[in-house]
Design a protein around this ligand. Structure first.
Ligand code: ADX
Length: 183
């Protein structure tokens, strides 16, 4: 049986960028469940998880971060090419590297979402205690502390997680995808 839905639907990559503890993974997994409720299949390529398999052994130098992002971008581009939906929550601190992924996927199907939580809030949240360690010098090159984060200049969406609910943010993303005919 032909699956007409996958033939007629365009693929899309929803790329969530922002600092550690900004809320990327939380937003991504809630979004993934919501899209599944709409009877579409979703692949989640979470930076944290990819680093335990596809990018195992890579560290946090610029070179290694770029390699990590380009690997995730490559897998995402294959999924999009075949009409799938892929969600990628990863810090992806470098503008130029995100741009390379955008070009690989095709700009109409690359939706860059900036999870714009400010550093002091991420640091207050500190769910894994990593900011504290970074401040103590136990984790060198920590994004936002002693390693750069280049915010997107023109993201498709920028979301605030401090006084806006996850539910509201999900609705904003879903509305955007529907308007672009990507859902
Ligand atoms: S990226 O820079 O290559 O995009 P990625 O999203 O895969 O990063 O992984 C970030 C996660 O690695 C963070 O959420 C945090 O748990 C962990 N981590 C460990 N060391 C660092 C570091 N030096 N900078 C940022 N995150 C780190």
């Amino acid at each position: 049986m032909l699956n007409y839905e996958s033939i007629y639907k365009k693929g899309v990559c929803i790329w969530l960028t922002g600092l550690s503890a900004a809320g990327k993974s939380t937003t991504a997994s809630a979004l993934s469940s919501r899209i599944e409720e709409l009877n579409r299949k979703v692949t989640l390529l979470d930076g944290d998880i990819i680093r335990t398999n596809l990018s195992k052994g890579l560290g946090f130098s610029k070179e290694d971060r770029d390699a990590n992002i380009l690997r995730i971008g490559f897998v995402a581009s294959e999924i999009v090419k075949h009409g799938g939906i892929v969600i990628c929550p990863c810090i992806s601190p470098y503008k130029e590297t995100r741009q390379k992924v955008r070009e690989k996927i095709g700009t109409n199907q690359f939706i860059e979402i900036y999870i714009a939580t400010p550093l002091h809030i991420c640091e207050e949240r500190d769910p894994k205690g990593l900011y504290k360690k970074a401040r103590n010098g136990e984790i060198p090159h920590f994004t936002g502390i002693d390693d750069p984060y280049e915010p997107p200049v023109n993201p498709e969406l920028a979301l605030i997680t401090t006084n806006v609910s996850i539910e509201n943010n999900l609705q904003t993303i879903i509305n955007f995808l529907e308007k672009r005919d990507l859902l």
